[in-house]
Ligand binder design. Structure first.
Ligand SMILES: [Ca+2]
Ligand SMILES: [Ca+2]
Ligand SMILES: [Ca+2]
Ligand SMILES: [Ca+2]
Length: 333
C-alpha cells in the first residue's frame, strides 16, 4: 500500500508536537518583539503631544540699581523662566521702557543709553511679566577727546549776516561752532572760549551753569548781536558774554590769525584751533573756515570751497545745510 507523500508529510506534521510548542515560543517572541516596542514608541508620539510650549512663569534681569554717568551705558540680560524648569535669554525679544526718554533711551534691546542727567525709572516686559528699576544719571565734564571747533568765522562781515539779526557787524557776526565729536553727553558749564590776542589767553565767553552738549550736537557762539532768531535741530545759539561792556570786542578773532581755544573750568585745553601764520589755514573775508568733512575732518578749508557747500558759512548746520545729527542720529542702530 502506497502512502501519498503529502499524507506522510501531513502525518509528520500532525505527529510532531514540538513545532507547535515552538509556535508558542514564536508567539512569545512576538510579544517581546521589536514591533511591539515600536508601538510603545507610538505611545512616545503621544509624548510629543506633551511637548506643548512650556508655560512662562516669570522674568528676571541682571540689572542692579546704580549710579551711572553719561559716559556709561547699561546693558542688561533678561531671562525668562518656564514651568518645566527651563530658562531662556529673551533680551532681544523683550520690550523696554524708561520714565524719561530725554534722560535715558533704549535704541538697542537690552541697552539703556544715557542722554542727560536725571533719576529715571526703567523697566522691561516680556510675555506679560515686568521687571523694574531705576538709574541715576549724572553728567560728565568734557575731556580733550570730546569736542572740536568745527567752523570759525574770523573775518566778517561785508556781505552776509551770519548771526541773522539783520545787522552786518564785523564783531557781532564772528562766530565759532563747537561740535561734540564723542558719543557722550558732556557738561560745558564753566568752560571758557579764549583767544591769544596779546600772547596769552584772553577769555571771551564762559558757558553758563547747565550748558550741556549731547552726542551729535553743536553750540554756536557769535561775537554778539541778537541771536534769538536762530534755531536748528541739535544746536544751541549764544552771543558771547564777556566783560567788554564799554567797548565791544565780542570773540575778538583777529583777521590776520591767532589761536582760539576752549578751556575746561580748571584751565585745561579741551580743543584748540589756530589760523593765520603757523596755523591750519588763513582767514578770508566774509567766509568761515571749516573742518572738511564736518566734525570728523582733520583738515580745514574755506567754507565757500568745501565739498557740498551751500555758501560762505553755516552756523548751526553742516556745510551742505544738513542738520547736526543729535543723539538719535548717533545712537540709532
Ligand atoms: Ca575779526
Ligand atoms: Ca549780524
Ligand atoms: Ca583776537
Ligand atoms: Ca557749520
Amino acid at each position: 500500500m502506497r502512502t501519498s507523500p503529502l499524507l506522510l508529510l501531513a502525518g509528520l506534521v500532525a505527529c510532531t508536537p514540538a513545532p507547535d510548542t515552538g509556535d508558542k515560543v514564536d508567539s512569545g517572541t512576538d510579544t517581546g518583539g521589536a514591533v511591539d516596542t515600536g508601538e510603545t514608541g507610538e505611545t512616545g508620539e503621544t509624548g510629543e503631544t506633551g511637548e506643548v510650549e512650556p508655560v512662562l512663569t516669570g522674568i528676571v534681569w541682571d540689572y542692579v540699581d546704580t549710579n551711572i554717568t553719561t559716559r556709561d551705558r547699561v546693558t542688561v540680560v533678561v531671562t525668562a523662566s518656564f514651568d518645566d524648569g527651563s530658562t531662556a535669554d529673551v533680551t532681544a525679544a523683550a520690550a523696554y521702557s524708561t520714565e524719561d526718554s530725554a534722560v535715558l533711551k533704549v535704541y538697542t534691546p537690552g541697552v539703556f543709553q544715557p542722554i542727560d542727567s536725571g533719576y529715571v525709572a526703567i523697566g522691561a516686559n516680556y510675555g506679560g511679566f515686568d521687571v523694574t528699576g531705576a538709574l541715576n544719571v549724572s553728567l560728565v565734564p568734557a575731556t580733550n577727546a570730546d569736542l572740536v571747533f568745527n567752523e570759525v568765522l574770523a573775518d566778517g562781515t561785508v556781505d552776509g549776516d551770519p548771526n541773522g539779526d539783520g545787522r552786518l557787524d564785523s564783531v557781532e557776526d564772528e562766530f565759532v561752532e563747537i561740535a561734540n565729536l564723542s558719543a557722550v553727553t558732556v557738561d560745558l558749564s564753566g568752560c571758557t572760549i579764549v583767544e591769544d590776542d596779546f600772547g596769552s589767553d584772553i577769555p571771551r565767553h564762559t558757558f553758563a551753569e547747565g550748558t550741556v552738549l549731547r552726542a551729535g550736537e553743536a553750540i554756536v557762539v557769535f561775537g554778539g548781536g541778537m541771536v534769538g532768531g536762530n534755531s536748528a535741530p541739535n544746536v544751541t545759539f549764544l552771543a558771547a558774554q564777556n566783560a567788554d561792556d564799554a567797548l565791544r570786542y565780542g570773540l575778538s578773532l583777529n583777521n590776520e590769525g591767532e589761536r582760539v581755544s576752549l578751556l575746561d573750568p580748571t584751565g585745561g585745553i579741551l580743543t584748540t584751533f589756530s589760523y593765520g601764520a603757523g596755523g591750519d589755514i588763513d582767514a578770508i573775508e566774509d567766509a568761515s573756515m571749516v573742518r572738511s568733512p564736518d566734525v570728523t575732518g582733520g583738515t580745514w578749508t574755506h567754507h565757500t570751497y568745501a565739498a557740498g557747500s551751500t555758501g560762505d558759512f553755516s552756523p548751526g548746520h553742516y556745510v551742505d545745510g544738513s542738520d547736526f545729527p543729535g543723539p538719535d542720529g548717533i545712537y540709532a542702530p
